[in-house]
Write a protein that binds this ligand. Sequence first.
Ligand code: KIV
Ligand code: ZN
Length: 524
Amino acid sequence: MAQPVVASPGNVLIFDTTLRDGEQSPGASLSVAEKVKLARQLARLRVDVIEAGFPSASPDDLRAVQQVAEALGDMPHPPAVCALARAIRADIDHAWAGVKFAAHPRIHVFIATSDIHMRDKLHMDRAAVLAHVQDMVAYAKEYCEEIEFSPEDATRSDPQFLYQVVATAVEAGASVINIPDTVGYMTPDEFGGLIRGVGENVPGIEHAIISVHCHDDLGMATSNTLAGLQAGARQAEVTINGIGERAGNAALEEVVMALRTREDAFNLRTDVDASQIARASRMVSNLTGIPVQANKAIVGANAFAHEAGIHQDGLLKNRNTYEIIRPEDVGLSKSRLVLGKHSGRHALRERLAQMGYELDSERLEAAFDRFKELGDKKREVTDADLEALIADLFYQPREVYRLIDLQVVAGRSGMPTATVKLSGPDGEEHVRAAVGAGPVDATYRAIDSIVPAQAELLEYDVHAITSGIDAQGEVSVRTTDGKRVFRGYGADTDIIVASAKAYLNALNRLLTRQERRNDEQTLS
Ligand code: KIV
Ligand code: ZN
């Protein structure tokens, strides 16, 4: 049997929950293939544990966990694969079905322990919760060597009861005890104190690793996580770009780079390969459609941009004047693949393989065509351009409606007008024109007059992938049909075309989901 994951004294295990808590961000739902792709990037990043999903939530969640578990087997450093389960038998059965083929399987059992959750959500008293913890951790342990237990809403639980619950979980076989700040309520001092309290008051805790899981409702998730580690926790639960339920989770890149940059203060290390951070961040933002705010620490577009003259002058004299992290350390090298008559398929395949994309010949051909098109429009094709190209080509929903052509007239006088040509589900072509407040609005109105989807645009975000006048624009949108949120993504050197692609992408997701629901209803 594979050895359980353990932390050595100064080492912090990085438990990435982008695929589970991160995926709980509204509109962030990922397909099975997208989850596998992200999991492979997380393995390249060398996280210790991937929480791949909550298999009881849906058959797709179960399938995703299974496929992640299988897909990591051939990686050089396969992380442990973990599945979440409520403290009930059916969930634990599903969780085990998800992870059992992983090199290092882990089941994560949770139950709420705060008075408000026990009374108003679970309708259970303390004695019943304690009995459940004992029985369900022991039940999970029959399947799996490595069991993690979380008392949900730990930070609003009575500490004495919390210690009792944790002691029961350890006694029943949990080897990782996670203390979640479920509602992002505590201050760093309080959270550090709670972790110290668990370390000092729970019999048997020396046989377990203490983990921390902090939400960002008050903007303190990273500080709380670091305070927990300083107080003795040796596992941090984080997500790429800090995505997650509500305001999100502690961001992996912030926790890892804080530990690394201020090793003098923390005296703690991780095994993360920081040079993979930028790629992981872009991948998560492309796949989920959740843009990274420009001033986001470590991965924001402005994180390494120096605007003030005094700063630029200082930097030129000595980088350390204003730079505490080198952009190359997180993978923001200016690696460029220059397109010219010598840049053929081989060069493209090599570069994509270095970036972790192994394409079969059909996909390589499609990527190469796009690469050439892009090369005609841009002087240099960077890694970021290639990431966008791959996301635009291969991580899209089924194209129910496809953009064939777009023509826009805009300017200061007159009425912004867009003419759109789309191909529909049966290959038929539709051409419509519309007038709008601006060129994007006109384009979206023209699309709306063709596509039979009732969608409201919630969010529109555009930014340049690289610097320079010939940069590609990348557009993320979020739309809703009133019940669910659908994201869309598009990239192009023409931002109106990128906008049209992103909107169509979101509408195609909506239509595909409606079709699936209609099929399910017909079957039942
Ligand atoms: O925030 C939370 O409490 C959770 C638990 C399931 C660990 O995500
Ligand atoms: Zn959480």
